[in-house]
Design a protein around this ligand. Structure first.
Ligand SMILES: Nc1ncnc2c1ncn2[C@@H]1O[C@H](COP(=O)(O)OP(=O)(O)O)[C@@H](O)[C@H]1O
Ligand SMILES: [Mg+2]
Length: 326
């Protein structure tokens, strides 16, 4: 308990009700012939996702991301804890209507065309036949698939990137309010990743709430408003990039040839190393450099204090003694 540090203090969603909220969700899988082996895939996960937010769940393979997502979708049952979506318990029928889901390695039907497949899915959601044509046309347009291709080509002839886009169209068929995407970029080439990113961004513009699983930092860094990091089933931190990494305007500098008293008005947290002073700027970088000139100090370096997301997470893992093989 209490292992997840929620660093998000200043998001503006505080007054709106979360779309997804979980309290201490836990999942233990039992495996083996006698079901006597336990795998604790999820431990005490508490999180909230707000309307219109793109929420990235990040973590190495095996961290429990898919387990958490499947639990929220009602595909697996939590062993402990509780979750609500749109204020209703998991599995509630009216809630299912508002959810879209793109599974990891989506299984599609090889011998159907994309069009036939989407008609099939539309049928499952009881979308009237009269509306199906327009809905499918809109979705193909959104995910960037030509209607002629979708009508002619069988799914087994599609590239991984195209299949992923058909999967995306499938997830959106019921015009969901929240979309769960499990590793939507995995296995895609740079062009495929770019297109997926564009699709996610257009969904975001439409005001959809997006829950996005990935083990790739850069995917998340570029599109997500808020991030949670999962390792060995535990949420080890969550917040916006600014919450986690610090704002983008903090600078670190190294200066030589000057006494710390002289630097004190413009720098904080001063530490010495090899006759050089390291510290954080208290003033604008331009003004700082001018001051240094005035006192004839030498600037060794100046850089943004904010670490990359990767540095940050590696640090978080190290602090917790978690080994990650990549
Ligand atoms: N159906 C299952 N039965 C037993 N163990 C499972 C099952 N699904 C996942 N696991 C285990 O739970 C852990 C988390 O898996 P998963 O949620 O798939 O992680 P991720 O999606 O982050 O890669 C792994 O150790 C995995 O082997
Ligand atoms: Mg997974």
């Amino acid at each position: 308990m209490g292992s997840a540090t929620d660093l998000s203090t200043n998001h503006s969603h505080n007054d709106s009700m979360p779309v997804v909220q979980t309290w201490n969700l836990g999942k233990v899988y039992r495996t083996g012939f006698w079901m006597n082996q336990k795998i604790e895939s999820l431990k005490n996960c508490s999180l909230s996702i707000y309307p219109g937010e793109t929420f990235g769940l990040l973590g190495p393979n095996g961290a429990g991301k898919t387990t958490l997502l499947k639990t929220l979708l009602g595909i697996t049952r939590p062993t402990t804890g509780r979750a609500v979506i749109f204020g209703k318990p998991i599995g509630d029928r009216t809630v299912k209507q508002k959810i879209g889901y793109l599974p990891e390695n989506a299984y599609l039907y090889d011998f159907l065309t994309a069009w036939e497949f989407l008609e099939f899915v539309a049928g499952l959601f009881q979308i009237p036949q009269s509306q199906q044509h327009q809905r499918i046309t809109e979705l193909l347009d959104l995910v960037g698939l030509a209607q002629s291709t979708a009508r002619k080509k069988k799914l087994k002839q599609y590239s991984k990137g195209m299949l992923q886009r058909v999967g995306m169209a499938q997830a959106l068929i019921n015009d969901p309010e929240i979309v769960f995407l499990d590793e939507p970029m995995s296995g895609l080439d740079p062009m495929g990743r770019y297109r997926m990113r564009e699709i996610v961004l257009s969904l975001k513009q439409q005001g959809k709430t997006i829950f996005f699983n990935s083990h790739v930092l850069s995917d998340i860094e570029q599109i997500c408003d808020r991030i949670a990091f999962l390792a060995l089933g535990e949420l080890i931190c969550q917040g916006s990039l600014d919450d986690l990494l610090g704002t983008n305007d903090a600078y670190q500098a190294i200066v030589a040839g000057v006494a710390p008293e002289t630097l004190a008005p413009w720098m904080s947290n001063l530490t010495e190393e090899n006759n050089r002073w390291h510290g954080q700027l208290k003033v604008e970088p331009n003004r700082f450099v001018t001051h240094l000139d005035d006192v004839e100090a030498r600037l060794v370096s100046i850089h943004l204090a904010r670490p990359s997301l990767e540095e940050f997470f590696m640090q978080q893992l190290r602090e917790r003694g978690i080994e990650v093989s990549r």
